[in-house]
Design a protein around this ligand. Structure first.
Ligand code: EPU
Length: 431
């Protein structure tokens, strides 16, 4: 298995181009199930989760082709509507084929995604929404079966909020199923994330009639069929934020190009509180090197507030800030695995009841650490960039689920990071 070796302290410079959004591309690729036409999806990041999604679609009768960041798809048979456990268990987002399959084929079976290291991730809201459209739902041997009633799905008004607020993939699933429901569906307390808007825009380009995406009320007028589409996925706002923090933590003037500054308002606001200036020029954002960042307070909440997916990377910056920072995690209260690993680097972080109190230290010290999820892995790399000496980040397959050629792009900016086999590091240490 490979790991990253990061030599801290290097200054970065230059420009990095943001890739397409993982969390927009995952549900968008699933709309290939909803048309007999050919679909072309551009700006798809070449990462493990998208490769898994394409494999799931292949098992559901879709022929696909990758060419760089472009994926073309076409349904060649509709015989199988079962998304297999072996694939869905490796990536929870596999559940987003549920709505498209139910809407188009009248039935779907998806293995129930189990727990996840970032906390409990139920799908009760997905099922509540589909049931409100008339779907019959059954569980059997770890699988969920959803089936449209005899006369087909019927539009309904559905309140989709849960105890943690709105749900991104539940909104996606219900919106997709409702595209083919008779009459009008209104989703109340819909997720407002830009990824939901991108999915709605893509469906509309295929002939759907969806209004209100990006607000808490989405209205869907049912249609009979959709045509193929040529769609370019929005830039990844979490990757953008990760690179902004890379600039801030190394106090380096890097430019992040091709992102959407309007999707970064909460992150830019926290950076501003911390004294990190970011200059905007169209779609480009440049970090202006300053002194040691100041402490800040933040709470993660659904969009447009601070994203949970940027919480771990931001912990890395707070770990070296001047003063005490407080982070309240309101989406996944247990998502603080990065904190325990950062303590190995000398960070002073106390976590309890969904809150982290970070006493900034002047300098982190390199050490071997382990990624336990995608954003934790990215955060550890960021911490390593600022630490004194060498940081070894293991289990980087988590990072590669969501960041394309992460270490190569950081290296091009001047970071001292390499991807080597764990065995070679251990052999060298033992020699
Ligand atoms: N929730 C429920 N019931 C449900 C669904 C969700 O209670 O049926 C709860 C969750 O447990 C959580 C909250 O609602 O507390 C929000 O979860 P949401 O459903 O919005 O999460 P998701 O749609 O499964 C997407 C992203 C995650 C991101 C979250 C929150 C994709 C593929 N995944 O997940 O991304 O953290 O929204 O913004 O879009 C990541 O990229 O690292 C990642 C984990």
């Amino acid at each position: 298995m490979d790991c990253y070796l990061v030599e801290g302290g290097a200054k970065l410079s230059g420009t990095v181009q943001v890739n397409g959004s993982k969390n927009a591309a995952l549900p968008i690729l699933a709309v290939s199930l909803m048309t007999g036409g050919r679909c072309t999806f551009r700006n798809v990041p070449v990462i493990r989760d998208l490769q898994t999604q394409v494999k799931i679609l292949n098992t559901l009768g879709i022929e696909s082709q990758w060419d760089g960041h472009t994926v073309t798809t076409k349904v060649v048979d509709t015989y199988n509507s079962v998304a297999p456990y072996e694939l869905v268990k490796t990536m929870r987002a596999g559940v987003c084929v549920l709505g498209p399959l139910l809407g188009m084929r009248g039935q779907a079976t998806v293995s129930l995604p189990g727990g996840c290291v970032i906390g409990e991730r139920p799908i009760d809201l997905h099922l509540k929404g589909l049931a409100a459209l008339g779907a019959e739902i059954a569980f059997d041997q770890g699988n969920i079966h959803v089936k449209a009633p005899r006369g087909g799905l019927k539009g309904a008004t559905i309140y989709l909020g849960g105890k943690f607020g709105s749900s991104v993939l539940a909104t996606d699933n219900v919106m997709c199923a409702a595209v083919f429901a008779k009459g009008v569906t209104v989703i109340e307390c819909a997720a407002c994330e830009p990824e939901v808007v991108d999915l709605a825009d893509c469906l509309n380009a295929m002939g759907a009639k969806i209004t209100g995406a990006g607000s808490p009320r989405i209205t869907i007028h049912g249609v009979k069929r959709l045509k193929g589409v040529d769609w370019s996925v929005i830039p990844d706002r979490i990757e953008t934020a990760t690179f902004l923090i890379a600039g801030a933590i190394t106090q380096s003037p890097i430019t992040i190009a091709g992102g959407r500054p309007d999707h970064q308002l909460a992150v830019l606001d926290v950076l501003r509180q911390m004294g990190v200036e970011v200059k905007r020029n169209g779609s480009k954002m440049t970090v202006v090197p300053g002194g040691r960042p100041k402490s800040a307070e933040l709470a993660t909440l659904p969009y447009p507030a601070f994203p949970t997916d940027v919480q771990s990377p931001m912990l890395a910056l707070m770990a070296i800030a001047n003063g005490t920072s407080i982070v309240t995690e309101r989406i996944y209260p247990d998502r603080f695995m990065a904190a325990a690993e950062m303590k190995r680097l000398g960070a002073n972080i106390a976590v309890s009841n969904g809150q982290a109190v970070i006493q900034g230290v002047e300098r982190l010290q390199g050490a071997p650490v382990m990624a336990s999820d995608l954003r934790c892995g990215a955060a550890l790399v960021l911490a390593g960039l600022a630490a004194q000496g060498q940081t070894r980040v293991s289990r980087i397959y988590h990072v590669e689920r969501g960041y394309e050629r992460f270490e190569e792009r950081l290296r091009k900016l001047g970071a001292k990071i390499s991807r080597v086999s764990e065995e070679s590091v251990e052999a060298a240490a033992g020699a």
